[in-house]
Design a protein around this ligand. Structure first.
Ligand code: NAD
Length: 370
């Protein structure tokens, strides 16, 4: 029997509530299938700060390094707004990404037919939407140095962030995007701003070079990031895979998120380089949304993004493709049956709790499994 080592990091706010629903699904697979999960649990974010004075401990990082995959909830909340910058909840997430070398963030945006009316766009524009945003995650302006606020001689302040990319960083993210496209509709749109940014000029050149040398069977186009944002709300189904840097990816993937109806629907994966010996990548899976302090502790959170993140874990890290499809089909079936949490219920619609939605998805999985 194949054993998979998972590290569960629920985090803060609704992170802890939606992880309970993931655990239900894992426990059931553990009781049934030919795969078994070995689970470790630890703290991250504000919860880790409260317990240990830092957003993630070295011990938790050791567990993360040893795991086949990490399943992460969400971090943050107003309680920790005033903690020192290097200890804020997000520092735990950034350390995981940096230390594990998770440079590729995969964010699928799928519009379930049952939810097309929950999108802010018209049904015909979003129904059947299935795009994948591949975002560079460990470079660019969020990490480039200098990064500082300095006081000038005249007393004014000046803030500096540095957008910085090397050829190698662009090549490896481009390869992930082209590889993913080959498993989908075989089209990559590379998004940058080469008209005003040197990093955009290099990005476009390197993506073109990788394309020409290794992936000429994949269709490639280049699109300025501002136009990409516009096209995403105008005609999103023209896209298959969009590849972009850290900053533009952050924004474009949130735009794509709203096309699908709710942030509570969207999973994501963050992948590292393949290990030369085993071919396995370090990987972390998490919902796109945050810790939603406004609804935390009330049983209102939609657990679908979190459960869909488990499905991605199965598909991309554990070789459990059939089981992943089962989980995804169960989610689609539950939605088709009309079940909704508050975020996707629409005005006046009946909403179920986090627990009810999680249990309904599990029942569907059990039904599909026969
Ligand atoms: P958020 O994603 O937490 O919430 C935005 C809105 O969407 C809120 O109204 C929330 O109630 C709703 N929402 C989000 N997920 C939902 C779900 N599963 N079900 C139902 N409704 C849901 O973003 P925010 O409010 O900007 O940030 C809150 C905190 O989360 C902040 O501290 C922020 O720094 C942090 N954050 C963390 C992550 C992460 O851990 N990866 C990502 C984004 C924000």
């Amino acid at each position: 029997m194949a054993t998979h080592k998972l590290l569960l990091l629920p985090g803060d706010g609704i992170g802890t509530e939606i992880m309970v629903e993931v655990k239900k699904v894992i426990d059931w697979f553990n009781s049934q299938s030919s795969h078994s999960f070995e689970l470790e649990n630890d703290l991250v974010g504000g919860a880790a700060y409260d317990a240990h004075g830092e957003a993630i401990t070295d011990a938790a990082m050791d567990l993360a390094q040893a795991a086949d995959a990490i399943v992460f909830g969400a971090v943050g909340g107003p309680k920790w707004d005033t903690v020192p910058y290097d200890k804020r909840p997000e520092a735990g997430l950034l350390r995981l990404r940096k230390d594990l070398g998770l440079f590729a963030n995969l964010r699928p945006a799928i519009c379930y037919p049952a939810l097309a009316d929950a999108s802010s766009l018209k049904r015909d524009i979003v129904e059947g939407l299935d795009i994948l945003i591949v975002r560079e995650l460990t470079g660019g302006v969020y990490f480039g140095e200098p990064k500082e606020i300095v006081t000038l001689e005249n007393g004014e302040k000046r803030a500096v962030d540095t957008q910085l990319y090397t050829t190698g960083e662009i090549e490896r993210i481009a390869r992930v995007a082209f590889d993913m496209a080959r498993t989908r509709s075989n089209k990559v749109s590379s998004s940058e701003k080469n008209n005003v940014m040197k990093s955009g000029v290099l990005w476009k050149q390197v993506v073109s070079d990788v394309h020409q040398a290794e992936y000429s069977d994949v269709e490639l186009d280049h699109i300025l990031a501002d136009n990409c944002g516009m096209q995403l709300v105008r005609r999103p189904k023209q896209f298959d895979v969009i590849v972009c840097d850290n900053l533009f990816g952050d924004m474009l993937s949130d735009v794509a998120a709203m096309l699908t109806g709710s942030l509570g629907m969207l999973p994501s994966a963050s992948l590292g380089e393949p290990d030369p010996a085993t071919g396995k990548r370090k990987a972390m899976y998490e919902p796109v949304h945050g810790s939603a302090p406004d609804i935390a502790g009330q049983g209102l959170a939609n657990p679908i993004a979190m459960i869909a993140s488990l499905a991605m874990t199965m598909r991309y890290s554990l070789g459990m493709v059939e089981e992943a499809t089962m989980v995804e089909t169960a989610i689609a079936n539950v939605l088709a049956d009309g079940l909704r949490t508050g975020d996707i219920a629409g005005a006046g619609g009946n909403a179920v709790s986090t627990d009810e939605m999680g249990s309904a998805i599990l029942s569907q999985i059990q039904k599909i499994a026969g």
